[in-house]
Design a binder for this molecule. Structure first.
Ligand code: UDX
Length: 436
């Protein structure tokens, strides 16, 4: 099937490469000529496992290409809209200008029977608003939200937990759903649930999923606050809760909380949209979710200050991690970097290291100290803070080895990812987040 993918960021670049790997003939279109050049050379413009291999395979097979020209979308049966929906400046709502611009630019190239499939995360009601203009060109607009996680983007695109397609009522909607089922055939045949809904429900599934996931993380982090006050251990609590199959252990990782380019902005946009709909009270809890999340960053900084006797000025602190999570070079709204910046603001001599996100961090926060290698960051540190749970810190760093490099054996485990007993046994003062 011929397809176009409009917008080649995290979502679009992966989607284009993944669709080509399923055997489709795909053109990825982006207004950024440099991004198009990088993708055309077979390189991933950002850190994402397996993406470069997939791009190279697609380009070599002739089934995948990239362009800055919207006219290249002509002739495709499905046009995926995968542009960004950032937070508007000075507010919480989603900025839809890229979605609107992409659909406007695509309209002249649509043929009767084409399907335009929105993948971007949008406020509920957006698809309905866009559908009239698309229908006027004889095409059908559907909404097919994307749930991929950075670092697992290729896996999540090729083998998603579920596929959701919101379609308009009537024959056109049914035909569009059939076309998308065909587009995702390998996943559907492998048993992936394929759910057909109305447009608004499909948009809402994405908002609701993000809200639920953010709530789950803030829930366990709220329990960490209680555990701290009560002398309990939130990591053991999470294990025990997780055995309840109605709750499940995944996404109960306590620590410095969530960040990244999606969850924080998406839950704020979701709440802003609920307010527009006159239902602010229905998602009032999301404000709490956001506050709990931000409080964990304060708490991590406080733990470091306390561990160093109340003053960090001039003390050398190794900050292990900059990316908002492992397997990513993304530093957007990274809790890891936020903690580093705050410690620097208190006058600490902060040395940040990260196996993937160092260049991005250096460009965004030139005031911080940096080390390319973990051991360089550890050398002579008065305290060590783990803020991104890369294996390099979590599994591959022993207390003995780290202890031979640092000046003071003080470990603040901002991700609750270390074996506290092993570190204590090796003479370290270990502090987790919400752990005894
Ligand atoms: C998320 C959603 O998972 C995805 O479905 C949606 O489409 C976009 O947003 P992503 O931002 O890539 O994906 O990362 P995710 O793995 O969900 O992690 C988000 C943040 O939550 C990270 O900062 C991570 O460290 C944090 N997190 C995650 C926790 O603090 N605890 C956990 O248990 C899980």
């Amino acid at each position: 099937m011929r397809m176009s993918v409009i917008g080649c960021g995290y979502l679009g670049a992966v989607h284009a490469a993944a669709m080509a790997s399923l055997g489709h003939d795909v053109v990825g279109i982006d207004v950024d000529a440099q991004k198009v050049a990088v993708l055309t050379s077979g390189a991933a413009p950002f850190f994402e496992p397996q993406l470069a291999e997939l791009l190279q395979e697609g380009l070599a097979s002739g089934r995948l290409r990239f362009s800055t020209e919207m006219s290249e979308a002509s002739g495709a049966a499905v046009h995926f809209i995968a542009v960004g929906t950032p937070q508007i400046s000075g507010g919480h709502a989603a900025d839809l200008r890229f979605v609107d611009a992409a659909v406007d630019a695509l309209l002249p190239h649509l043929r009767r029977g084409d399907v335009v499939a929105g993948k971007s995360t949008v406020p509920v009601g957006t698809a309905e608003r866009l559908s009239t203009a698309v229908a006027d060109s004889g095409a059908t607009l559907v909404w097919n939200p994307e749930f991929l996680r950075e670092g697992w983007a290729v896996h999540d695109t090729i083998s998603p937990d579920r596929l959701v397609v919101g379609v308009p009522s009537g024959d056109d909607g049914e035909r569009a759903a059939d076309l998308l089922r065909e587009a995702y055939r390998p996943a559907v045949e492998a048993g992936t649930p394929f759910l057909v809904t109305d447009l608004a429900t499909a948009e809402l599934v994405k908002g609701a999923a993000n809200a639920f996931l953010a709530t789950k993380i803030s829930f366990i982090n709220a329990m960490a606050e209680i555990a701290e006050a009560a002398g309990a251990d939130v990591a053991l609590l999470a294990d025990a809760l997780g055995h309840d199959t109605r709750i499940g252990r995944r996404y109960l990782g306590s620590g410095i909380g969530f960040g990244g380019g999606c969850l924080p902005k998406d839950i704020r946009a979701f709440a802003a949209r609920a307010e527009e709909l006159g239902r602010a009270e229905a998602v009032g809890f999301l404000r709490e979710v956001d506050s709990i999340n931000l409080r964990r960053r304060d708490r991590a900084v406080q733990l470091v200050v306390d561990a160093l006797g109340g003053l960090v000025f001039g003390r050398r602190i190794a900050v292990l991690g900059a990316a908002f999570k492992p397997f990513s070079d993304d530093i957007r709204d990274s809790p890891a970097l936020d903690v580093a910046v705050r410690l620097r603001g208190l006058g600490a001599d902060v040395i940040v290291t990260d196996p993937a996100a160092l260049d991005n961090a250096m460009a965004a926060h030139p005031q911080l100290g940096y080390a390319a290698e973990r051991d360089e960051a550890l050398r002579d540190a008065d305290a060590v803070v783990i803020v991104t749970e890369w294996d390099l810190y979590r599994r591959e760093m022993t207390p003995e080895h780290a202890g031979s490099l640092v000046a003071g054996r003080v470990m603040i485990d901002g991700r609750n990812c270390l074996d506290a007993a092993a570190w204590r046994a090796a003479g370290w003062t270990y502090h987790g987040m919400g752990r005894r």
